[in-house]
Design a protein around this ligand. Structure first.
Ligand code: GLC
Length: 573
C-alpha cells in the first residue's frame, strides 16, 4: 500500500501550541525498522516508515535516547550527548529524519536524560580520576553512604542503595537509577551550562522539543526526599525561559511519575511556566483499574483533580510506554488488585510495576482495546501511542527487564516480521512468536489487508479525533452519572480556543467499564440542556436531554460514545 500524500498537503504548520492538538507516537529507533540488515533498527529505517506514520495520523514522534551509549538502560545511560550511536546512524541521518518529518507536518521530540549520565561519559571518567579538575564537581560525591538514606530507591529489583563506591576516587557517588548511571550535580552551575549547550545543539538542528527524563530527581538534599525539591523547579523555570527566548515553539515534556498535584507543578504557573506538557501518570493505572474492577470512582476522582493547568499547558496521556506500567502512584490496595489482575505470573513484574504491552494486559480483548483507546483519545491532553500497540503487538516476558515490550516492530508475516533482513539470531531482540500474538498474523501488512482490523480501527479513531480539536484543547467537566461503572465528561471548546477555520464545539464522552450492557442516566449542566445529541462516529441522532437535563443511554459491555452537543433540539409541541 502506498501511504504517501500528495505534496500539496505537506509542510510544517506554525502554530506555537501545536502540541495541544497533536497525536504523539513513541518509537524507539532500535525497534522500528532495520535498513542495513545488521539486526538493529536505525534512523534511515525510521525515515522509510514515516509514510506509514503519516497515514496513521501521527503528528509528532517521541524518540527515546539514540545517543552514544553502552545501552545498559536502553540508551538512558548516555556516554556522549552530541553523538548518535553508530549502529543507529549519523547526525546527518538524524537531520534528514527531522527534514523528512517536517515535510509531512510531523514534529520530532527527543529524550533528554538530564539527571544522570553513563559511567562511560567522559565527564564521569574525569570526575573520578581528577577530583580537583574541572569535572571534579560534576557528580554528587560523598565520603559516606550513610547520608540521604530517606531517599527511596527506584529500581528496587536491582539496586539496594542510591550510593555506589568508586574504587578510583575512593568516594561514594549518588545514583537514583542503576549504579552505572551517576547523578549529575545540579548544585554546580557549570552543569546547567553544559545541559543548556546540549539542548541548543539539538534545537539548532530543528528538533521540536524534549521529553525531560526523570525530571523530579535533578536535585537532592540531606533532608529532602530527592523528588520535586524546590531547586528543581527553579532550574526548570530558567530552562523554560531559555527555550522561549531562543527557540519559541519548541516544547518541554515532563516525565514526573508523581501524585497529581506534584505532576501539575511541573507545568508551573501562568507567570512562571515550566514544562509545556507533563505526562499524566496518575490517570494511567486508574484506567487499567477501571477495566477490571468495573468501577470508575478512582478515575472520576483523579480527573476532577488534575484539570487546573496554566494557559497553554497540556497533559500527555498514555496507556503504555517503553517502561513498566508503573504502580507507584496508586494506593496499596489498588496496587495489589492490579498485580492480581495483570501480573499473575511473577515474571510479568519489574520494580514497582508490570512489564507487559497493552494487548497482552488486556488479554487481546478487542472491546477493551477499543474502550482504552476511546478514552485515551478523548482525555484532556494529547495522546501518546506506543509503537506496535496500534496492531495489538504482544510481548515476551522471558526477556530481561523492560525488554519484554521493546521487541522489533512487526511489519509482515515474513522473516523477522519484516523488521530486518538479518540472520534471525542476530536481531537485537527476538520477534514475538507466542501463540496468540505471533508475528505471522499480528503485523501491519496483514492488518492493512483487513478493514476490520485493530490497525484500521485505531487509525480511524485517530483521524476522527483530529477532526474534532475540542478533544485536544477543550476544557473538561466531569458529568455525574447514576452508574458506578460509567464515566462521563464534557469537552468544551470556546471561540477563543479556535484556530482559523475551526468552530466552537462541545462533546459529551460516555464510557462503560461494565462487563455487561448497562443503562445510565446523566445529568447535563444547565447550558447544554437545549442541545441536540448526535453520535460523532455515525451521525445518528440520540434522544435529546429532558427539561431537567437528563439523558438516558444504554451501552453495550465495555463500550463508549462520543456525542456532539450542538444546535438546538426540536421543541416538543
Ligand atoms: C526514565 C526512563 C527509563 C529509564 C530511567 C533512568 O524513567 O523512562 O526508561 O530507565 O529514566 O534513566
Amino acid at each position: 500500500m502506498d501511504f504517501r500524500l500528495p505534496y500539496a498537503h505537506r509542510g510544517l504548520d506554525h502554530d506555537p501550541q501545536w502540541y495541544r492538538r497533536a497525536v504523539f507516537y513513541e518509537v524507539m529507533v532500535r525497534s522500528f525498522y532495520d535498513s542495513d540488515g545488521d539486526g538493529v533498527g536505525d534512523i534511515p529505517g525510521l525515515i522509510s516508515k514515516l509514510d506509514y506514520l503519516e497515514w496513521l495520523g501521527i503528528d509528532a514522534l517521541w524518540l527515546p535516547p539514540f545517543y552514544s551509549s553502552p545501552l545498559k538502560d536502553g540508551g538512558y545511560d548516555v556516554a556522549d550527548f552530541r553523538q548518535v550511536l553508530p549502529e543507529f546512524g549519523t547526525i546527518e541521518d538524524f537531520q534528514e529524519l527531522v527534514a523528512q518529518a517536517h515535510s509531512r507536518n510531523m514534529r520530532v521530540v527527543m529524550d533528554l536524560p538530564l539527571n544522570h549520565t553513563s559511567v562511560d561519559h567522559e565527564w564521569f571518567q574525569e570526575s573520578r580520576s581528577n577530583p580537583d579538575g574541572p569535572y571534579g564537581d560534576y557528580y554528587v560525591w560523598s565520603d559516606t553512604d550513610q547520608i540521604r538514606q530517606q531517599i527511596r530507591v527506584i529500581f528496587t529489583d536491582t539496586e539496594n542503595s542510591n550510593w555506589a563506591f568508586d574504587s578510583e576516587r575512593r568516594q561514594f557517588y549518588f545514583h537514583r537509577f542503576f549504579s552505572h548511571q551517576p547523578d549529575l550535580n545540579y548544585h554546580n552551575p557549570r552543569v546547567h551550562d553544559e545541559v543548556r549547550d546540549i539542548a541548543r545543539f539539538w534545537l539548532a538542528m530543528g528538533v521540536d522539543g524534549f521529553r525531560l527524563d526523570a525530571i523530579p530527581y535533578l536535585y537532592e538534599s540531606d533532608e529532602g526526599s530527592g523528588e520535586s525539591e524546590p531547586e528543581t523547579h527553579e532550574f526548570l523555570k530558567k530552562f523554560r525561559s531559555f527555550l522561549d527566548e531562543e527557540f519559541p515553539g519548541r516544547v518541554l515534556i515532563a516525565e514526573a511519575n508523581q501524585w497529581p498535584k506534584e505532576v501539575a507543578a511541573y507545568l508551573g504557573t501562568n507567570e512562571e511556566p515550566e514544562c509545556h506538557m507533563a505526562f499524566d501518570f496518575p490517570i494511567m493505572p486508574r484506567i487499567f483499574y477501571a477495566l477490571r474492577s468495573q468501577q470508575t470512582a478512582s478515575l472520576n476522582e483523579v480527573l476532577s483533580e488534575t484539570t487546573e493547568v496554566p494557559e497553554g499547558a497540556a497533559w500527555g496521556v498514555f496507556l503504555r510506554n517503553h517502561d513498566e506500567l508503573t504502580l507507584e502512584m496508586v494506593t496499596e490496595e489498588e496496587k495489589q488488585a492490579l498485580y492480581g489482575w495483570y501480573a499473575y505470573d511473577p515474571r510479568m513484574r519489574v520494580n514497582v510495576g508490570i512489564r507487559r504491552r497493552l494487548a497482552t494486559l488486556l488479554d487481546n480483548s478487542r472491546k477493551e482495546l477499543e474502550l482504552a483507546h476511546g478514552l485515551l483519545l478523548s482525555l484532556p491532553g494529547s495522546p501518546f501511542l506506543y509503537y506496535g500497540d496500534e496492531i495489538g503487538m504482544g510481548d515476551n516476558i522471558w526477556l530481561e527487564d523492560r525488554d519484554s515490550s521493546r521487541t522489533p516492530m512487526q511489519w509482515t508475516p515474513d522473516r523477522n516480521a519484516g523488521f530486518s533482513a538479518a540472520d534471525p539470531g542476530k536481531l537485537y531482540l527476538p520477534v514475538v512468536q507466542s501463540l496468540v500474538y505471533n508475528y505471522a498474523f499480528s503485523n501491519v501488512e496483514t492488518q492493512l489487508a483487513q478493514q476490520a482490523s485493530l490497525l484500521h480501527w485505531v487509525r480511524n479513531l485517530v483521524h476522527l479525533r483530529k477532526e474534532h480539536p475540542v478533544l485536544g484543547v477543550g476544557s473538561l467537566r466531569v458529568v455525574p452519572t447514576d452508574n458506578p461503572s460509567a464515566l462521563a465528561f464534557i469537552r468544551d471548546m470556546q471561540a477563543e480556543d479556535c484556530r482559523p477555520g475551526e468552530r466552537p464545539e462541545t462533546m459529551l464522552c460516555v464510557y462503560s467499564f461494565a462487563h455487561h450492557p448497562i443503562s445510565v442516566d446523566l445529568q447535563l449542566p444547565e447550558e447544554f440542556r437545549a442541545n441536540r445529541v448526535t453520535d460523532v462516529m455515525g451521525g445518528a441522532s440520540f434522544p435529546a436531554p429532558t427539561e431537567q437535563g437528563h439523558v438516558t443511554l444504554t451501552l453495550p459491555a465495555q463500550s463508549f460514545y462520543w456525542l456532539s452537543l450542538a444546535g438546538v433540539k426540536q421543541s416538543v409541541a
